[in-house]
Design a protein around this ligand. Structure first.
Ligand SMILES: NC(=O)c1ccc[n+]([C@@H]2O[C@H](COP(=O)([O-])OP(=O)(O)OC[C@H]3O[C@@H](n4cnc5c(N)ncnc54)[C@H](O)[C@@H]3O)[C@@H](O)[C@H]2O)c1
Length: 351
């Protein structure tokens, strides 16, 4: 195989970004099929990106023999069912975050991929955001020593989607929660990458703007402790009337890393390690564009990584187990918010 033949299931906002990514790496991937329960939506995406086939039933799409892999870009509660079916049909699975809404479903997905011998990667685009990669490289080079404190923010104005009672976004049953499950898994995945495994969490969830009975929290705040000693705070919200705000602060024993998606050069590193860059702010050059450019960049890079894994039979850098660990942090947060106390990982039974 020198080009992966891919299908997209779910032609909404994420499906569109997956299609765009495949078109940008056309030497490695070819979009051949699109599926959406809404036929007009599926046809629109297929036409724009020249996919040959359109389906409204994903099971029919999975019968297509010359299809190697699928992008699953569906509401969260469908990720496990469709991953299982895709794996059983022998298709490699590239599934959007959050991996699923329960740990049980994450395990179903991991086991299905293992049993079928197909690759499974969770589309955690923050892992491929070049600014985050530059932060991880600086950490691995010891520039700031051991992380002792971390702060991270994600604010996206989702009042329209959250305020639509019939839309799945932010519902407990179809999304598995609100901002914590949706945005929180991004941050949980990155914090784990930077600081190691989580030891305990203390969380608040709140409906600050959207107070519909079938919607979960539009805002979550969480404190985390890590096995290696770092502590962190996490601020997530779909409520504010604000432009996209996405940032990180990492404070270490030998320096600081600041990151903000809104900056032209999104990463600033300060280190007291001896060397020519000691005691001054350094801004590494990374591929970056203002919103929505940084989404397109990270989606392209993660899709390219997964295509490379399929073409060269390599293990994806972000596994099913990594996706599950991020979901676990969100579920621990919900448990803590309900119990009103700090919860240690492993202390309670999560769904
Ligand atoms: N990484 C990111 O930054 C990012 C951004 C947006 C969305 N996402 C994730 O992508 C996923 C999809 O989110 P979205 O914003 O694209 O949602 P969306 O509502 O825009 O699109 C979902 C699409 O799935 C279709 N659909 C629903 N049930 C279906 C079924 N049974 N079979 C086929 N199609 C079906 C809907 O008609 C809709 O077009 C979610 O997991 C979300 O968290 C990730």
């Amino acid at each position: 195989m020198n080009r992966v033949r891919v299908g997209i299931i779910g032609a909404g906002s994420a499906g569109l970004l997956h299609a765009l990514s495949y078109s940008q790496i056309h030497e490695k991937a070819q979009l051949v099929a699109v599926c959406d329960v809404n036929e007009v939506t599926a046809m629109g995406l297929a036409k724009t990106y020249k996919a040959e086939k359109v389906y409204t039933d994903y099971k029919k799409m999975l019968e297509q023999k010359d299809l190697d892999a699928v992008s699953i870009c569906l509401p969260h509660f469908l990720h496990a069912e469709v991953t299982e079916a895709a794996a059983k049909a022998g298709k490699h699975v590239f599934c959007e975050k959050p991996m699923a809404t329960t740990l049980k479903d994450c395990d179903r997905m991991i086991n299905a991929a293992k049993k079928a011998g197909v690759k499974l990667m969770i589309a955690e685009n923050h892992r491929w955001t070049p600014a985050h990669i530059a932060m991880k490289e600086a950490l691995d080079q010891g520039k700031i020593g051991e992380v002792i404190l971390a702060r991270t923010y994600e604010v996206v104005d989702e009042r329209t989607n959250m305020g639509n009672p019939s839309l799945w976004k932010g519902t407990a049953d179809r999304a598995g929660g609100g901002s914590l499950m949706d945005q929180g898994v991004h941050k949980a995945a990155m914090l784990r990458w930077f600081c190691g495994d989580v030891k305990s969490v203390y969380c608040w969830t709140s409906q600050q703007m959207i107070k519909l009975p079938n919607k979960a929290e539009d805002t979550a705040m969480m404190f985390l402790k890590f096995d290696k000693g770092a502590i962190a705070d996490l601020f997530l919200s779909f409520a504010p009337i604000a432009y996209f705000n996405n940032s990180f602060e990492l404070y270490g024993t030998h320096g600081t890393i600041l990151e903000d998606h809104a900056w032209t050069d999104p990463v600033r590193i300060f280190s007291i390690r001896p060397g020519k860059d000691s005691y001054r702010w350094i801004t590494p050059k990374v591929e970056h564009q203002p919103h929505p450019g940084y989404y397109r960049i990270s989606f392209r890079l993660e899709a390219e990584h997964f295509m490379d894994c399929i073409l060269h039979d390599a293990k994806p850098d972000l596994s099913g187990e990594d996706g599950k660990a991020a979901v676990e942090v969100a579920l621990l947060g919900y448990y803590s918010a309900k119990a009103g106390k700090e919860i240690r990982r492993g202390e309670v039974q999560l769904p």
